[in-house]
Write a protein that binds this ligand. Sequence first.
Ligand code: SF4
Ligand code: SF4
Length: 431
Amino acid sequence: MLAYVPAVLSLLILAAHALRFGEMGQVAAWLAVAGLLLVRQAWARRAVQGVLVAGFFFWLDVAADIARLRLAMGAPWVRMALIMGAVALVCAAAAWALEGKKARERAGDGPGWPGALAFFLCLGLVLVARAKSPVQVLLADRFWPGWGWLEALALASYAGWLAHGLLNPARSARWRLRAWGLFSLVFFGQLGLGLLGADSLLMTGRLHLPVPALIVAGPLFRGHGLFMLVLFASTVALVGPAWCSWLCYVGAWDGWAASGRRPSGPLPRWRWPLRLGLLGLAAASALGLRAMGVAALPAVWLAAGFGLAGVGVMLFISRRLGVMAHCSAWCPIGPLSNLLGRLNPFRVRMTPDCTQCGACSRACRYDALTPRDIAAGRPGLSCTLCGDCVGACQHAAMQYRFPGLSPAASRALFLALVAGMHAAFLGVARI
Ligand code: SF4
Ligand code: SF4
């Protein structure tokens, strides 16, 4: 426990500094970081170390600010700089002390970096969104001003815990579906309560239709409003086509609809022309409606009709086939995600250890492991990197790949990125 004393002391000093400025939310967040020391998982120790290193730079920055001010006033500054430098060094030493053998043993085995990466990715995304958004993106800030710090830390801790849990291939498929469902539940739960009158649960109060096709069709019809498209493109840049297996609030429904039974076989081969045709139709309709000067309301009804038809596909086809027919054949964003996702270097591949037993095929809901794909030794184009097949293969023949990394490190990196983004979306995504 001695190794923890400098860390707790440093975090208490940081909390005291926040207390001087009356930032109670920040005080709670620093104390909560100390609470992470009680979590006996390797990522939590790494997360605390990272926070302490950030604390080191924070104190240096504070010291530089005060020194500049005192110099400008002609006041003495050297003693202050020495004291602040010592406080900063205690922070750095505290991070180093957590590297000791006892601290590592207590925190538990396993690589801590994937969970810690997810923790800091989520924390960074949420804090940037909080600082840059013209509206208060975090609910805690809306109800208790300043307490967004604590919410950001809670979301980041959830990201770390989730990434750590997903590393176990035996449970990753189950956890993915639950985490994805939780995101959709929170998103639509907030929307439902917002429409019932709880305005603070909405983002701006200016509603838009949560139909994925509008990611493309919306800006084409309006001629502006690229936010969702930019968000979608950023996720493609980081995690390829994983938007459609981790981050879309509608796709989660299709995942649940298909999960009730074993996939009953490949979808017809004409589904690719169909989904590309639907993508073209969505874009052409948006441009056509705009050219004809159609008002927003009829266009919204059209889009709502398309979205409802998609729910019908989930209920009547995905549920019956055990394959995500909505996401693999109907939604126009699916093919965009699959095709643009190829620009990202993450891949799932089979090794020569594959015995062609077909277990992976029974786990794949995206129709990406047909007998032809298995014979070809790699998933088809509709693969969304969900990873369900990785845990299903008893021969460890399904692997994530990333240039320059081992399969295990590639998978850990992917899960860290996707868990960090998922947790950040959970906190900031609302209509
Ligand atoms: S295919 Fe469409 S609905 Fe399905 S996950 Fe992708 S964007 Fe969402
Ligand atoms: S091939 Fe594997 S990773 Fe790709 S969608 Fe199917 S189950 Fe998911």
